[in-house]
Design a protein around this ligand. Structure first.
Ligand SMILES: [Fe+2]
Length: 288
């Protein structure tokens, strides 16, 4: 169903692995038809992305009626598959790379990151202040985007270790919707902080991926893993069908780079939002 043996390292400032044609065309087509036939979606975000999220009642109903999605879900929702991905990252990125300080003690296939709206105080409490012995889980959604969908440059939630994308449709370049990877314009030896939403003027584009049917992308959700999606213009092309997911912890990931440890701080905000909308910074903490 998915050939991760094809995963290749790309030149970038944070760890990314890409596999083209990792999922055969006929399976992509079946996955598209399953998402298209879904009677309902859990939410619509970012200017036109409809999602079916792990953890919702809708997701369970969807999987009952979707043979290929269920198969793919089961594959990803396992410790064995996670270990394979982790092993590939470890073998491809050896020196001077980002690592997570506290290894997960177990994998829980039933768990998922809450999709409840909270304010920053509630979120800080949810995340807690003890980062040791985290539990790992898979988060995944089956998505379809219409024209207008875009994502400004950002880094993902603080509890994510790895993120992945599976593209099910070929999108012509003229239609946008490309995944864009960024890096900070100015080099620094040791950075004291990584903001979740840096200004566009602080960043420069390193790489752009036009969605291609069957392409799978994995990246480490490191403090500097800035990415976004260029506005998708829907004309003379299919809708943008894709699967997005991550291996996440039940607490924040503490990231380490060359023995420098970075801890997250949630930026205060009284508004109730999904965790993925909250701002946070990764700050360097000196340890003796
Ligand atoms: Fe993201």
């Amino acid at each position: 169903m998915i050939n991760i043996g094809k995963l290749k390292k790309i030149k970038n400032n944070f760890p990314v692995l890409v596999a083209e044609k990792a999922i055969p065309k006929n399976i992509c087509k079946n996955l598209i038809s399953e998402i298209s036939s879904s009677k309902s979606f859990d939410d619509i975000i970012m200017g036109g992305r409809s999602r079916i999220n792990k953890g919702s009642k809708n997701f369970e109903i969807y999987l009952k009626n979707s043979e290929y999605s269920l198969k793919l879900f089961k594959k990803f929702n396992s410790k064995i598959f996670f270990k394979k991905i982790e092993k590939i990252f470890k073998s491809r990125f050896k020196e001077n790379t980002w690592t997570n300080l506290y290894n997960p003690r177990s994998f829980n296939s039933k768990k998922f990151t809450l999709k409840r709206k909270v304010n920053s105080k509630e979120l800080t409490k949810l995340l807690g202040d003890n980062y040791k012995n985290p539990i790992l889980n898979l988060d995944i959604d089956f998505s379809v985007s219409k024209g207008g969908y875009r994502l400004r440059p950002h880094r993902d939630d603080v509890n994510r270790l790895y993120n992945f994308l599976i593209y099910l449709t070929d999108i012509p370049k003229k239609n946008g919707g490309s995944l864009t990877l960024y890096k900070k314009k100015y080099k620094k030896n040791i950075r004291k902080s990584f903001r979740r939403f840096p200004k566009g003027s602080e960043l420069k584009i390193v790489k752009e991926f036009t969605p291609k049917q069957g392409t799978v992308i994995f990246f480490k959700s490191t403090p500097n893993s800035y990415h976004g999606v260029k506005r998708f213009k829907e004309f003379d092309c299919p809708k943008r069908f894709f699967i997005y997911g991550s291996y996440a912890l039940n607490k924040p990931v503490i990231w380490s780079f060359k023995n420098n440890n970075y801890f997250p701080t949630i930026v205060p905000n009284n508004k109730r939002m999904l965790t993925s909308f909250h701002d946070s910074n990764y700050l360097l903490k000196k340890t003796s």
